[in-house]
Every structure is written in structure tokens, then in C-alpha cells.
Design a protein around this ligand. Structure first.
Ligand code: CO8
Length: 259
């Protein structure tokens, strides 16, 4: 991996662990960090040895939002024409392998939006989620007004977006923003175990599942189910289906290495 200024990357078995690392600014997201994140995600997505990617921050902050110090003097032309602060944010959505967000501490503004762009979120019991942009004079810009209502419903989303209220991990789990809450000191261990489990599955099928679930948010139900059906049928042309079903019938563990 390339050495990064604002990220720490590690490989654990078949899992790539990407840590946002600007500790002095609570991992505030600036252009360099987002460029590096795009680069790291692209290279792990293309690496056949990797089956799952984990994105995390520090114990104190996943990310406290986009970098306010960097943005304060931006003009419209800086943000629109030159794409300052907006570039590379969507790259994570193009990653085809599963991406788990592991959130401890603050996930605010763009930090919460970035976490929501992961396939699912595992939170430490210290996690705090919020969209405080309105307090600094802007609406969200990386998807919160769209993804939050889809994730937790309009009532909770409007409440968070209009009051800038921060919610804790327990509330985030109750309303469906995160899939699991674990003790903070075990966050990385637990998430790496989940990632390792995913990485033992056939990567090609994990990609199909992710693709089909994401399609659910973009298409009418009948079209989404038809899309799923084609993927199911296409799976019969893959070695993963032969290995999985033959292993089951032979009562042996399936080996999906490289599949
Ligand atoms: N940007 C820049 N610096 C930050 C940020 C930030 N978002 N958050 C924290 N920091 C810095 C602080 O300025 C401080 O620096 P210094 O030590 O030099 O003074 C350091 O991190 C530590 O922060 P605090 O002293 O404030 O720590 P506290 O524990 O007292 O408070 C909070 C923690 C509550 C997280 C507080 O720092 C805070 O409110 N931060 C700002 C949260 C916020 O408003 N986030 C939203 C930002 S806007 C946004 O994310 C829009 C994204 C749109 C992206 C669109 C792309 C397409």
C-alpha cells in the first residue's frame, strides 16, 4: 500500500482495515484525506486477496465532519467549479466488495454521511451520530437528507437534521442506523471477526448481494426482484455455486478461496 498522510491501512487476513487518521482535528475530512480514501478503497477493491474492507476512525472520533477550517473561506466557484471538499466522496459507493463502517466516538456531519455510505455500521457503545451542519449555516452535502430518512424514517431524520441533535449508540441501534453495538474496547476485534466471516464467503456472491440490496433503493419492487432473479440464475454459471452446493451434499466445508 502507498504510505498515506491521513490514513493508516492494515491488512488482517483477507480484510483490509482503513483508519481515518487526523487525530488533532477529530478526523475532520479534508480533500487530501478523501483523495487518499478513494485511492485506498480503489486498490483494495481491485486486490484479489481482499474479501472485505473495514473503515474506521479513532476511539474518539470516526470523523467529526468535513474540515470546517478548510471550508470556511471557500466560494461557490471553489466548491462547484473546482470541486473542493466535494471530490471523491462518492467513491466508496463504487466499491463492489463489502465495506463495514466501524464507528467509535463522533460520527458527525460528513462523518455520519460517510458511515452511512458503508454497507452497514457496527458501533462502539461510545458512538455518537449527528448532522449538525445546520448549526454552521449549511445543509448536509454528502447524502444525509436522502440516506437518513431511508435508514431511520422521516420522523427521526427530520428531528436529527433540524435540531442538530446527537444520538447515542443505543438509540442508533434502536432506530436501525447501526446493525450492532459492541463495547468500545472490543470494536476492532469484533468488526474484524465479522469481516473475516464475510471474507470466507464467495466474494463474487457477496458482490451480487451488495449490488442487489443497493438496487432496492433505486428501483420499483418488481424490477428489483427481477434483477435479483437474474443474479440468482447467473450464479449457476459460477464455480461458487458448484463448490457451495457440492460441499453441502458431501458434508464438507466449502472452500471459496479465489471465488
Ligand atoms: N473541522 C475542523 N476541525 C474540527 C472539526 C471539524 N469538523 N471537528 C473538530 N475539529 C477540531 C477542533 O477545532 C479542535 O481543534 P483545536 O484543538 O485546534 O482547537 C479539535 O478538533 C478538537 O475538537 P474540540 O476541542 O471541539 O473537541 P470537543 O471534544 O470539545 O468537541 C465536537 C467535539 C463536539 C465533535 C466538536 O469538535 C464539534 O462540534 N465539531 C464540529 C462538528 C460539526 O459541525 N461537523 C459538521 C461539519 S460540516 C460537514 O460535515 C458537511 C459535510 C459535507 C460534505 C460534502 C461533500 C460532498
Amino acid at each position: 500500500q502507498a504510505p498515506y498522510a491521513d490514513l493508516i491501512v492494515e491488512v488482517h487476513g483477507k480484510t483490509a482495515l482503513i483508519r481515518l487518521n487526523r487525530p488533532k482535528a477529530l478526523n475532520a475530512l479534508n480533500d487530501n484525506m478523501m483523495d487518499e480514501l478513494g485511492d485506498a478503497l480503489r486498490s483494495f477493491d481491485a486486490d484479489p486477496a481482499i474479501g472485505c474492507i473495514v473503515l474506521t476512525g479513532s476511539e474518539k472520533a470516526f470523523a467529526a465532519g468535513a474540515d470546517i477550517a478548510a471550508m470556511v473561506d471557500y466560494t461557490y466557484a471553489d466548491t462547484y467549479r473546482d470541486n473542493y471538499i466535494s471530490r471523491n466522496w462518492e467513491h466508496i459507493l463504487k466499491v463492489r466488495k463489502p465495506v463495514i463502517g466501524a464507528v467509535a466516538g463522533f460520527a458527525l456531519g460528513g462523518g455520519c454521511e460517510l458511515a452511512m455510505m458503508c454497507d452497514f455500521i457496527v458501533a462502539a457503545d461510545t458512538a455518537k451520530f449527528g448532522q449538525p451542519e445546520i448549526k454552521i449555516g449549511v445543509p448536509p452535502g454528502a447524502g444525509a437528507t436522502q440516506r437518513l430518512p431511508r435508514a431511520i424514517g422521516k420522523a427521526k431524520a427530520m428531528d436529527m437534521l433540524l435540531t442538530a441533535r446527537t444520538i447515542d449508540a443505543a438509540e442508533a441501534e434502536r432506530i436501525g442506523l447501526v446493525s450492532r453495538v459492541v463495547p468500545a474496547e472490543k470494536l476492532i476485534e469484533e468488526v474484524l471477526a465479522i469481516a473475516a466471516q464475510i471474507a470466507t464467503m464467495p466474494t463474487s456472491v457477496a458482490m451480487m448481494v451488495k449490488d442487489a440490496v443497493n438496487r432496492a433503493f433505486e428501483t420499483p419492487l418488481t424490477d428489483g426482484v427481477a434483477y435479483e432473479r437474474r443474479l440468482f440464475q447467473a450464479a449457476f454459471g459460477t464455480p461458487a455455486q458448484k463448490e457451495g452446493m457440492q460441499a453441502f451434499l458431501a458434508k464438507r466445508p466449502a472452500n471459496f478461496d479465489g471465488l
